[in-house]
Design a protein around this ligand. Structure first.
Ligand code: FE2
Length: 359
């Protein structure tokens, strides 16, 4: 069997595969490791045929949707998953064929309502249902300590004690454990009955994960993270350095237009000499009036280089193929002590200009 465990901070993903048929599956992929998984699969000589999320993650960004689209492999989750991009929904006891390997899904709600554990031969991928020396928390959306108790004590812990446990998280760099070891020593499994287990879970009082809202939004809906949006926009444009722009402007370059997409107030307080102000929020609505020549070379500038990246990508979409971003924005420009120009309130080439459209 092909087996790889990939750690991303405290998160654990797995690549498993059938060495005989070269078919594989990826379990709980992390958005930041997609190239890593593809490279591992290539090195191991397996084609990823399934991308499985054990549950809706609340603490990190799942890479399942993105890598599944890139590879043409279905996203697999429990049937109750809220994510609209799931292609193959499993029920309790369902089996996935991965070449000659068989992965059986156990529905183990509790950490989330859609949590599954995946049994493969001598091992079980426990998601966040069971961790080494711990369990998943039950205080996040759809969590339920009563259900977790049932999932653990009436299902998962009934697997043979020698079954290897591979969790979706470990914060102490441990690779795996066994069901028997967890029953014997996991502090959360020492509760005498359901009531004391539930009381213990409810008393944990854990802090919220850093990216809870964004992780839930993207993992449940398939929407992009803000950093993905910026990375995607950045990959569709080119950039110019402040030093290069400074040299060109000093040499009297008249073939380029510096478009400052900050708010008018910031532009008036100090801008690149000769730059034109068109705030990002008005870009699409004023583009026809303010930028009549689509063949012009346009350098888009903002404060730190993020808004300008989005704006330059939008301009390219709108048909300005020579729009580039100013790398590092006005902040980098100032750090090089390059010249700045100020304007008085009310001044500015577009003060009071009409929109192209009535909105
Ligand atoms: Fe989780």
């Amino acid at each position: 069997m092909v087996f790889e465990q990939v750690a991303t901070g405290g998160c654990r993903s797995y690549l498993i595969g059938c060495a005989e048929t070269c078919v594989g599956a990826l379990i709980d992929p992390h958005l930041s490791q997609l190239d890593h998984y593809r490279a591992l699969a290539g090195r191991q000589g397996v084609r990823i045929a399934y991308v499985i999320d054990t549950h809706t993650h609340a603490d990190h960004f799942s890479g399942a949707q993105r890598i599944s689209r890139e590879l043409g492999a279905p996203v697999v989750m429990h049937w109750t998953s809220p994510a609209p991009f799931v292609d193959l929904r499993l029920d309790d006891g369902d089996v996935l064929m991965v070449g000659k390997l068989r992965i059986q899904a156990l529905h183990t709600p509790g950490h989330t309502a859609d949590s599954m554990c995946l049994v493969l031969e001598d091992r079980v991928f426990t998601g966040d249902t069971l961790l080494i020396g711990g369990t998943g928390r039950t205080d996040l959306p759809t969590g339920d300590p009563v259900k977790l108790y049932e999932s653990l004590f009436e299902k998962l812990l009934r697997l043979p004690p020698e079954t290897l446990v591979y969790p979706a998280h470990d914060y102490k760099d441990r690779s795996n454990s066994t069901i028997g070891e967890e029953i014997a020593s996991n502090p959360r499994l020492q509760a005498k009955d359901e009531a004391s287990f539930v009381a213990m879970m409810n008393a944990l009082n854990l802090s919220m994960p850093t990216h809870l809202t964004e992780a839930l939004r993207t993992n449940m809906s398939g929407g992009k993270t803000v950093s993905q949006l910026l990375t995607d926009a950045g990959s569709r444009i080119a950039f110019i350095s402040p030093a290069e722009l400074g040299r060109r402007l000093a040499a009297g370059a008249n073939d380029l237009l510096v478009l400052d997409v900050r708010e008018a107030e910031a532009w008036r307080a100090g801008h690149i000499p000769g730059s034109q102000n068109l705030p990002r929020g008005q870009l699409e609505l004023r583009v026809n009036k303010e930028l009549p020549d689509p063949t012009r070379r346009i350098v888009v500038a903002c404060e730190v280089g993020m808004v300008s990246t989005l704006a330059a990508a939008t301009l390219r979409e709108l048909g300005f193929p020579r729009a580039v971003g100013l790398d590092g924005g006005l902040k980098a420009w100032r750090e090089l002590s390059l010249p700045l120009e100020e304007s008085k309130p009310g001044e500015g080439p577009f003060a009071g200009a009409d929109f192209d459209f009535t909105i």
